[in-house]
Design a protein around this ligand. Structure first.
Ligand code: GLY
Ligand code: MN
Ligand code: MN
Length: 468
């Protein structure tokens, strides 16, 4: 088919009930009159050498096998509206391509005699003689702006590139997301972070800290709005979008009894002085590394006696978890240290039908977990719950090593209708979540700059909230 026929047919088929067909004069002229694009190639991005080392590790682990790491594709939200594209974390880890990844790309490891040839296949931008350029609203450059070329991405990421049309799957491929062994391997490869990743996580946490400051500063507007939780969400979103790429997960803005719903993301409630407000939020950078931080603050600026008692108990549990972290312990010991405090205090307060020792029995206990049903820690990185496909013996039962980054996030949640607790506790939910790095001899709290003790939190609000 000639170019003219091709153009005409495609132009007709792309006509819709709300779009004018393209007339001949448009089709005859649209491909002409464009300046040449600059041919300068970018220098490789900072992540490129790290991604190359990760690819080497994958190659060594699967000699002779053809491996495919898909980026994933766009997902429809409704009609012709898609969710924002976000590449699979394994794909980003192994390519170094973050928020600017192209949907439907494939990273392919082709086996050779002594390793693999690695090629990144993606849909290169079409040139301006194609209907894609002006007629395709989802990928055409006329609609969505400049898209990458093969040579530019090859230089940027330091990897060979080819057009996606040259990619063909084979029956023998091992595919991330479909093959368990490969999926596990690339997940476990992220358990220990490299220098680049640590730098990104520190940056994500620093911007997140600013987002929390923003929220405290905006407390009067948050209190004034009938859906103050949405104001919290949007204040944080502004920081995430302006200084990062997005949030790493949906912000939890949970005031009063909502704080007891562990993943409250409806965020449609009022923020009322006298209540506590739990905010769990994290900025994701363009590289897709994310923070995951929770602070629980008294909306009025001062904790009540019972709020402070619950808050400081959660902090005691967090401090107990911090105290045990060092290389050589098992990951689950972090959780166990926090839960011992939760069991002891809830027993002391008369909330448990058994003693703390009985509650901590692995087989017959667990009564205290009614008030903290979630885990204390999870790995953090490209995904908020990073390394999720790692084997249990590498994760929950695994041994902690320097370079691992995870959360410490105990909580206590007394639901508004929980008849097992005295009335004064009901509707109080507290979580304190920090992001930590395992060092050679202990732990560094990467989010230490965000106020954490009850006194620090009160001083923080006093310092930032206007009119205090
Ligand atoms: N933000 C979800 C979590 O803390 O795991
Ligand atoms: Mn978390
Ligand atoms: Mn969190």
């Amino acid at each position: 088919m000639s170019e003219t026929e091709n153009t005409t047919v495609a132009a007709q088929s792309s006509s819709t009930n709300r779009r004018q067909p393209f007339p001949r004069g448009f089709l005859d002229t649209i491909s002409q009159g464009w300046a040449d694009r600059p041919e300068t190639l970018p220098v490789a991005r900072a992540q490129a050498p790290y991604a190359a080392r990760r690819r080497d590790a994958v190659s060594r682990a699967f000699p002779g096998r053809r491996l495919v790491v898909p980026a994933g594709g766009l997902r429809q939200r409704s009609n012709d509206t898609d969710y924002p594209f976000r590449a699979h974390s394994a794909f980003s880890h192994l390519t170094g391509w973050g928020a600017d990844s192209e949907p439907d790309s494939m990273l392919v490891f082709e086996p050779t005699a002594d390793g693999h040839d690695v090629t990144l296949y993606f849909r290169e931008r079409a040139d301006r003689t194609t209907t894609e350029f002006y007629g395709d609203a989802s990928i055409g450059e006329f609609w969505i702006g400049p898209r990458p070329a093969l040579a530019g991405v090859a230089a940027d990421l330091g990897v060979a590139t080819a057009h996606i049309d040259g990619f063909a799957a084979t029956d023998d491929d091992l595919v991330v997301g479909a093959d368990d062994e490969l999926t596990r391997f690339v997940s476990e490869l992220r358990l220990v972070k490299d220098e680049y990743e640590l730098d990104q996580l520190r940056q994500a946490i620093a911007i997140t800290a600013q987002g929390f400051d923003d929220i405290v500063r905006e407390l009067p507007a948050i209190i004034a709005h009938p859906r103050g939780e949405r104001v919290v969400e949007s204040v944080f979103h502004r920081r995430a979008r302006t200084d990062g790429n997005w949030e790493g997960y949906d912000t939890i803005a949970a005031s009063g009894p909502h704080a007891c719903y562990l993943h409250w993301t409806r965020n449609d409630g009022a923020v009322v002085p006298g209540d506590l407000m739990l905010v769990d939020a994290g900025v994701e950078l363009e590289s897709l590394y994310t923070a995951d931080i929770t602070r629980t603050i008294p909306v009025s600026g001062r904790f009540t006696e019972v709020q402070r008692k619950v808050y400081e108990t959660v902090r005691e549990a967090a401090d107990a978890a911090f105290a045990v972290v060092r290389p050589g312990i098992r990951f689950r010991e972090v959780h166990e240290a926090a839960m011992a405090v939760i069991a002891r205090r809830t027993a002391e307060w008369g909330l448990l039908p058994v003693t703390a020792e009985e509650a901590l029995d692995a087989d017959t206990g667990g009564q205290h977990r009614r008030y903290m049903v979630h885990g204390t820690s999870h790995h953090l990185g490209l995904d908020v719950h990073d390394c999720a496909q790692a084997r249990r013996e590498m994760y929950y039962d695994g041994v902690i090593e320097p370079g691992m980054v995870f959360t410490i996030e105990p909580g206590l949640y007394f639901q508004i209708d929980d008849l097992t607790v005295p009335e004064e506790y009901r509707g109080i939910g507290v979580r304190i979540e920090d992001d930590v790095l395992v060092t050679e001899d202990g732990v560094e709290n990467l989010s230490a700059a965000i106020p954490r003790t009850a006194d620090e939190v009160e001083a923080w609000i006093a310092r930032l909230k206007p009119g205090q």
